[in-house]
Design a protein around this ligand. Structure first.
Ligand SMILES: Nc1ncnc2c1ncn2[C@@H]1O[C@H](COP(=O)(O)OP(=O)(O)O)[C@@H](O)[C@H]1O
Ligand SMILES: [Mg+2]
Length: 524
């Protein structure tokens, strides 16, 4: 005979066990608020209730979005921002790491700022701050992005040289307003002036630690060299307009590397945060500005990033931060555990599931569902201000977007075997959603003008291209065979078919002059 044993079980464990206690959805009144003051996203999975997002009952208006690549994060953000602009007249500032919002922003009538392609930010712009405060911010940015923290002497030298540059430009170190005696706005110095100041000190000689001086110069020169001086020229954008110009995206894909991108993103967040504070508290319906950080893990992950500050203070200014990442652990905990709403798209890795479940406390039922979600399907967690006796995580059938889906087809008819051709069940073409195809091709290294060329080919040819021609085209763009193979596999083409495609492609290329290739593709 066994002993009956009483065990301690935490509430959380208990809640996770049984989904039948209560349906896993909040009551309708929490999901369905006034459509003129909330944003429609999609219908709930279990009771089919339209879910209108609003932050009135939530701890704050910030959103975190997680999910594997291709699960629907960016699509959701676009849908969400489009509706927010309609409902609340909200502005948005998107920090676009990979340039993936560019076309959408353009087609939505917004402004695209392409850094590295004709647009500049002067790092020494004060953006409504006193030069003294701006210097602190610049140094903080250098601390996040470079190793300057390990060299206190270099930090001091850099600080002094920036200060000197402001003073030479007649800036008052403790003033927000910078005007000359006739009332004209003063022009901010740039990093080039700072480097010049350091170089002068070096040439003058007699400084106790010349190596420290040299290293400080070297560090800053990374940002002042011709062709890399994106942050060392006068700004071409009007910082005052960033937060109230509708839809604005800062395209960072033209910058040479991650450090440059992070430098731009961190600086913009600093300017935006200052603008937010300066604008002060205003009574307003809905969100004034959404700041979007998509896949910007360096920025979302660092606790000294102003993203954290926007999360802490945003609510009272009606500013909302949207962070999206394929890896939830890349989002700083101060952000992830404090956002009012989390949208969880498909997540596969156990480690990430553990982390999300640990933070949001949903049931094992929801966890299981999350690992099986399709594109555009998600779980939503909301942090209500009132202690709720209903589940705060529920499932949404599908984010209902506004854009029509456009499909492109790769025709495989010419590479099927006789037997396959006779079999009516074998598909004659592979369908790929346009944006998905562009994204993949971009991932495998094609540039924007090549993507444009491919898109216009599909459009010209009624959305169908013969798969052999497609492969020849990719080879012409310099894509290696192993990459093309991987790409075709991503598109769901069978291995045996891929081999046939290459054989046919080689044959065609050898029997044509290079000028003919484009014609072959167009004629096909
Ligand atoms: N809710 C949805 N409805 C229709 N298509 C969607 C939906 N969500 C995503 N897609 C499509 O799926 C692809 C991947 O979505 P995307 O948002 O770029 O994924 P992620 O940003 O998570 O990598 C895109 O082509 C997008 O248009
Ligand atoms: Mg994305």
């Amino acid at each position: 005979m066994g002993w009956l044993k009483i065990r301690d079980i935490s509430n959380i464990t208990l809640a996770r066990r049984n989904i039948l206690v209560r349906p896993p959805e909040p009551p309708p009144e929490m999901l369905w608020s006034d459509p003129s003051n909330s944003i429609f996203t999609g219908k709930t999975k279990i009771f089919n209730i339209p879910f209108y997002w609003n932050y009135n009952e939530l701890t704050n208006p910030h959103l975190a979005i997680v999910g594997i690549t291709g699960s629907g994060k960016s699509y959701f953000i676009k849908t969400f921002l489009t509706r927010a602009a309609l409902v609340w007249d909200s502005n948005a500032f998107i920090i676009d790491w990979a340039g993936e919002y560019r076309e959408w922003v353009k087609s939505a009538g917004g402004t695209v700022i392409s850094l590295g392609k004709g647009s500049y930010i002067n790092l020494l712009d004060t953006g409504g701050m006193t030069p003294n405060n701006r210097i602190k911010q610049i140094i903080r940015t250098l601390e996040i992005l470079t190793d300057i923290n390990q060299y206190p002497e270099q930090k001091r030298l850099t600080e002094l040289a920036i200060e000197e540059a402001y003073k030479k430009a007649n800036f008052k170190m403790d003033s927000i307003v910078q005007k000359d005696s006739s009332g004209t706005e003063l022009i901010a110095p740039t990093l080039k002036d700072v480097v010049e100041n350091l170089e002068k000190t070096y040439k003058r000689g007699g400084y106790e630690y010349p190596a420290e001086l040299q290293n400080s110069i070297y560090r800053l020169k990374q940002y002042t060299k011709t062709g890399q001086d994106f942050f060392a020229q006068q700004s071409t954008l009007d910082l005052d307009k960033l937060t109230n110009s509708g839809l604005v995206s800062l395209d960072l894909s033209g910058l040479p590397d991650e450090i440059f991108r992070a430098l731009a993103a961190l600086s913009m967040l600093q300017f935006i945060k200052e603008k937010m504070r300066a604008a002060g508290w205003k009574k307003r319906k809905g969100i004034q500005l959404f700041v979007v950080l998509d896949e910007a893990w360096k920025i979302a992950g660092d606790e000294n990033s102003d993203a954290v500050m926007i999360v802490r203070e945003g609510r009272k200014y009606n500013f909302s931060l949207i962070v999206a990442s394929q890896n939830p652990t890349d989002i700083n905990e101060a952000i992830f555990s404090n956002v009012g709403t989390t949208f969880v798209f498909k997540v596969k890795f156990e480690r990430y599931l553990n982390y999300i479940q640990g933070t949001l406390n949903f049931s094992d039922f929801i966890r299981e569902e999350i690992s099986k979600l399709g594109v555009g399907q998600c779980a939503v967690n909301m942090a209500f201000t009132t202690s709720a006796n209903y589940p705060s995580t529920f499932l949404v059938q599908k984010i209902e977007g506004e854009e029509p889906l456009v499909e492109y087809f790769l025709d495989v008819g010419s590479v099927l075997t006789e037997e396959e051709r006779r079999d009516v069940r074998v598909a004659r073409s592979v369908a790929i959603e346009r944006e998905e195809m562009r994204k993949r091709l971009r991932m495998y290294g094609l540039n924007e003008s090549q993507l444009e060329e491919i898109s216009s080919l599909f459009d010209k040819k009624n959305k169908h291209i013969d798969i052999v021609s497609f492969v020849i085209l990719l080879q012409r763009y310099g894509l290696a065979r192993n990459k093309i193979t991987a790409l075709l596999k991503d598109f769901g083409v069978a291995d045996s078919t891929i081999i046939n495609i290459f054989i046919k492609a080689d044959f065609k290329v050898h029997s044509a002059t290079s000028q003919d290739i484009m014609d072959i593709i167009l004629e096909e």
